[in-house]
Structure formats: C-alpha cells, structure tokens
Design a protein around this ligand. Structure first.
Ligand SMILES: Cc1cc2nc3c(=O)[nH]c(=O)nc-3n(C[C@H](O)[C@H](O)[C@H](O)COP(=O)(O)OP(=O)(O)OC[C@H]3O[C@@H](n4cnc5c(N)ncnc54)[C@H](O)[C@@H]3O)c2cc1C
Ligand code: SF4
Length: 325
C-alpha cells in the first residue's frame, strides 16, 4: 500500500468539508481496504466516517430511515426491519459472511465496487479501472457478467444483495454534498449503466456522503422472498438473485415488485413482469408467465447463457416463496 494520512471526523459537515478527490471515506473498510491493497484505490488521505453518520434505524414521516452507518448485521436482526421490510433482512443474510456483515455499513454496501475478476487484476485491461484500456471480460471470462443493460465498454454486474431489495422496495438515498446541501436520489436512479463511462458506478456527486436510506411504508411485508443462486451455498456473490414482493388481496395480486442482482451493472427491476402480475391470481401459471416476460429479450454473452434459464427459475421460485410469507 502507498502511504496515506488518516483522520476521523465527528459529523457529516466536517466529513464533507475535509473530503477532496484524493481522499476516500472509510466506513467498514471491507471493500476499500481490499481495493487499496491491490493498488486499485490509492488515496492520499483516508477519512474515517464511523462517528459522523447515524447508526440508527428509526421511523420518520418518510417511513423507515436506515442510517448510513447501520451495520449490515443490524439489518438482519432489527425488529423494525423484520416487521416492516423483512425482504431487506432476507437479502442481507444471503450475502457475505457474519464477520463481514458485522463490519460492513449500509452506505458502504451501496458503493462497493464490482467483483469482475479483471477489475481486481491490474495486469488486465479494464475500462472501469483504467478508462480507455479495453474490457477483458467482453470476449474473455464472462460467466459472472451481465445479460442486460451492458455496453461494449463494460459487462460487469453490481455485486450487492442489499441493493436488490432496496431497488424492489423503491428506497431513496439521502446525501449531503461538498457544499453542505442535503438532497435525495431515488434508488432506481442511484446506480448507473456503464454506457461509455463504465468507470462511474453511480450518481453520487463527487465528495458527497450518503447519510441514510429511506423506505416508505408499503404493504409488501407479508409476502416477500429473496432467492440467490451462486457457486457455493454461502459466502459467494450471486450468479443471479431475485427479490420478490407481492401485495395480495385474497389470492389476487394487487401489486408486485421484482428485482434482480447478478444480471446488470445496477440492481435491475423487471417492470414488464410486475405489470403483468398486477390484477392476476397468485398461481404457478402466472408466475411462470411473469418469469418468461422478464427473460424475453435478454442478451447473454459468450459464457453466461446459462443465466437465462437460471433466472427464469429463480423468479418463479421467489414468487412462489412469497406465498409462504
Ligand atoms: C469476501 C467478501 C464477500 C462478500 N460477499 C458479499 C455478498 O455476497 N453480497 C453483498 O452484498 N456484499 C458482499 N460483500 C461486500 C460487502 O457487503 C461490502 O464490502 C460492504 O457492504 C461495504 O461496506 P463497508 O462499510 O465495509 O464499505 P467501505 O469498504 O468502508 O467503503 C466502500 C466504499 O464506499 C465509500 N463509502 C462508505 N460509506 C460511505 C458513505 N456513507 N458515503 C459516501 N461514501 C461512502 C468508501 O469511500 C468506499 O469507496 C463481500 C465482501 C467481501 C470482502
Ligand atoms: S466488465 Fe467492466 S469491470 Fe470487467 S473488465 Fe470489462 S470494463 Fe472492467
């Protein structure tokens, strides 16, 4: 690692005031430190924000607010999460390991970088790591890569499980920028597709800080499920994952939410499949049809066509699992 200075700030105002392009915030450090060890991130200064940010989960007029410093493990045990948004706990429990979840923060989870192997291998071309150098995965090892929304500049997927649940629940991200202004970004707009700027993962303004996540109240808490398919039963990133939530009136679907991880550069919503499900009976036939709608038009790469039937099955299973609560 290169030498760097280290400081700790006590509030968000001081944190953003001390941040510049050569500095990095550190929360749990479970991604940033790896990136520094591999010389992918080479900050001159590291600013510890663990005392600057809320670690509380609280009810507000906007619904449930999750402070950016809430650890991932707290999201799996908090009574408000479990009663109001259990999908979040289910998704987080499918990710990482207990040790990592104990360190990882909510804000850091949103900003973790892709796990594309070429991104971490500094001997390989990678447009996301070094813009203009080329994409090694496009015609190389792309088994884990995207099947939708990619460009010829980058085919990487966003690795988070939590973010798939937050996408399904239409969360919003509260931030404070360098000018000390507080704003909110809808979750659907927070992460971005690669286009011709794959080096930029999200719409967070330069040097801004995520302060919290809001999730409005909704009726999805009774019927939600998270299905994650991966190479090992635990401690592995998703090949494909599905967050599903149904609002049922009897056996009729009043509203549906479907999102996936492992398929795109950002957590991906299956809007057409959701629209199909609305007003239909909650049964296997309609779940199969919704899965078929979701996978129609997907374009696999040379090494990941297997993800398409896998995804169809995961969507069907997740919808079916919603019926169990
Ligand atoms: C072996 C391993 C397996 C994993 N498996 C999974 C998995 O299966 N599923 C999954 O979802 N995740 C997985 N993860 C990723 C893990 O969840 C993330 O590393 C973690 O959530 C990042 O949080 P952190 O607080 O440690 O972030 P840090 O490493 O501290 O920071 C990450 C980035 O976010 C920035 N940052 C942090 N907080 C803020 C903030 N509030 N505002 C602005 N910038 C901020 C930092 O500057 C840095 O750029 C795994 C990680 C490892 C190491
Ligand atoms: S897919 Fe993206 S992260 Fe992976 S090598 Fe290509 S440019 Fe880099």
């Amino acid at each position: 690692m290169r030498p760097f200075s280290f400081s700790k700030t006590e509030n968000t105002a001081k944190a953003v005031a001390s941040k510049n392009d050569q500095a990095r915030f550190i929360a749990g450090g479970t991604n940033l430190v790896d990136l520094m060890k591999k010389h992918i991130a080479q900050p001159e200064a590291v600013i510890d924000i663990t005392s600057s940010l809320s670690a509380k989960i609280e009810n507000t007029t906007k619904g449930l607010r999750i402070g950016a410093m809430v650890r991932n493990s707290a999201l799996t045990t908090d009574s408000k999460i479990l009663s109001q948004h259990p999908l979040i706990a289910k998704a987080v429990l499918a990710g990482a390991s207990p040790q990592i979840r104990n360190m990882a923060s909510t804000g850091g989870n949103l900003l973790q970088r892709t796990r594309c192997p070429y991104f971490y291998d500094t001997t390989s071309p990678c447009n996301k790591r070094k813009p203009g150098s080329g994409c090694s995965a496009l015609k190389g090892e792309n088994r884990m890569s995207a099947v939708v929304g990619y460009s010829d500049q980058c085919v990487a997927v966003h690795p988070s499980d939590l973010c798939v649940a937050l996408a399904a629940l239409d969360a919003s991200v509260n931030i404070i920028n360098k000018q000390q202004q507080k704003t909110t970004i809808a979750f659907k707009d927070f992460h971005r597709l690669p286009g011709d700027q794959p080096q930029t993962d999200n719409q967070l303004p330069a040097n801004a800080l995520i302060t919290s996540i809001d999730i409005a109240s909704h009726p999805f808490h009774k019927n939600s499920a998270y299905v994650k398919l991966r190479d090992r039963d635990s401690y592995a990133f998703a090949l494909v994952s599905v967050a599903a939530a149904l609002h049922l009136l009897g056996n009729k679907i009043k509203d549906a939410r479907l999102a996936s991880g492992g398929v795109a550069h950002k957590p991906w919503r299956w809007y057409a499949a959701e629209a199909y499900l609305k007003g239909k009976e909650a049964n296997v036939e309609n779940f199969k049809k919704a899965a078929d709608i979701a996978i129609s038009g997907l374009k696999p790469l040379s090494g990941n066509a297997f993800k398409i039937p896998m995804l169809r099955g995961a969507i069907e299973t997740a919808l079916q699992n919603c019926l169990a609560g």
